[in-house]
Design a binder for this molecule. Structure first.
Ligand code: CO8
Length: 260
């Protein structure tokens, strides 16, 4: 199988660009996330790599979020293994020493939104066809506490309360208004602006910035670190419930019908 992630690392600038290239919609499957974690591990170990831009090579979509097929009709063992790598992805990105920028070139629901929320800065294509948000309740599922906290840390308690209960998917202008993204730019400039923004962030003394980032994020990270196993058990027992499986099936059927 062809790689789902392509990394271009420029040693002279110290900036790596991670392209998600898993057709059709960069859904976060077990294989995708495993590959992503391996790439992140390598970049994090390379002391010369100071910045990471995450973007999508798929048209119209940044990432469709967790691959629903990894959670539907699968054994508890499989679900547990899958959830572990979802946690791993979040821990690696939210706690990264690198400056991370999401170049959001398309829609970014659920896990795709979470992925961009782990970054230090979000630039989104200003196209009203695209949406971003944590829409879990629309699938009949519940965003776990660390999804919720990542959202609270970004847009505050009240915005999160509304966004998560209603499972809101925001158009770019609305996302900007609540601070879910930091900047909107014309579609063809997302990457260029991300690179320019990176240059700016990299002028800040590295150690001071890293300590500041950890100070902001460690309380949330530590909560998952110390509760990983329980969080896996929670997920597995929730997702394998008959009623939840039924919700997932109905949601997938809705996706197919919407297409037809
Ligand atoms: N997983 C698996 N397959 C998917 C997913 C997904 N997340 N998203 C889309 N697909 C499939 C579609 O079913 C379709 O398949 P097919 O070609 O066989 O019919 C194909 O990908 C292409 O999709 P579309 O035709 O819909 O493509 P569009 O370009 O029209 O739209 C979108 C792209 C906007 C991304 C749209 O596909 C969409 O809205 N997808 C659903 C996104 C979503 O709701 N994801 C939620 C996943 S759950 C999650 O991430 C967090 C779960 C937390 C778990 C907590 C439990 C305790």
């Amino acid at each position: 199988t062809s790689p789902k992630i392509k990394v271009d690392y420029d040693q002279t600038t110290g900036v790596a660009v991670l392209h998600m290239q898993s057709p059709p919609v960069n859904s976060l499957s077990l294989d995708f996330l495993t590959e992503l974690c391996i790439s992140l591990e390598k970049l994090e170990m390379d002391k010369g790599c100071r910045g990471l831009i995450i973007t999508s090579n798929q048209p119209k979509v940044f990432s469709a979020g967790l691959d629903i097929l990894e959670m539907y009709g699968k054994s508890p063992e499989h679900c547990g293994e899958f959830w572990k790598v979802v946690q791993e992805m979040w821990l690696k990105l939210y706690g990264s020493n690198m400056v991370t920028i999401a170049a959001i070139s398309g829609s970014s629901p659920a896990g795709g939104c979470l992925l961009s929320l782990t970054c230090d800065y979000r630039i989104m294509a200003d196209n009203p066809r695209y949406t971003i948000g944590l829409n879990e309740t629309q699938l009949g599922i519940v965003a776990p506490f660390w999804f919720k906290e990542t959202m609270v840390n970004t847009v505050g308690h009240r915005n999160t309360e509304v966004a998560l209960q209603l499972g809101l998917l925001y158009k770019p202008a609305e996302a900007l208004k609540i601070g879910l993204v930091d900047q909107l730019v014309p579609e063809d400039q997302v990457f260029t602006v991300a690179s320019q923004t990176m240059t700016k962030w990299l002028t800040i003394p590295e150690h001071a910035r890293q300590i500041t980032k950890s100070m902001m994020r460690n309380p949330t990270i530590d909560k998952l670190r110390t509760n990983r196993e329980a969080d896996i058990q929670n997920f597995v027992s929730f997702i394998t419930k008959e009623s939840i499986q039924k919700s997932l099936r109905m949601y997938m059927e809705m996706l197919k019908q919407r297409k037809a």
